[in-house]
Write a new protein. Structure first.
Length: 97
């Protein structure tokens, strides 16, 4: 799924930086690994753009980018950024169709 969390950046408890670092990358695993609350999961519905339109190759590339970003910045920050990455990728593919 693709989410646009642009309006939430300033309110994110982990800071905007953590989300911006994952912009345009596959962020699902990171979001799950960080251990977000049920409230955070409910908030995702407000930012939902739609399903990600990507080939298996594109998804593999996004996953690889997310993994390398997580290794360099730490697991906690990467989790928050996953949501932002999914949003960026989704917006790109959503506007391309």
């Amino acid at each position: 799924m693709v989410y646009d969390v642009t309006k939430y950046l300033d309110d994110h408890p982990g800071g905007a930086e953590v989300m911006l670092e994952m912009a345009g990358k596959y962020a699902d695993d990171m979001f799950e690994d960080i251990g977000h609350s049920n409230e955070a999961r409910k908030q995702l519905k407000d930012f939902l753009v739609g399903p990600l339109q990507a080939t298996e190759e594109e998804l593999a590339e996004l996953t690889a980018k997310a993994s390398s970003a997580g290794a360099s910045s730490g697991g906690a920050m990467l989790g928050v950024l996953i949501a932002l990455i999914a949003i960026g990728v989704g917006l790109f593919y959503y506007t391309q169709s």
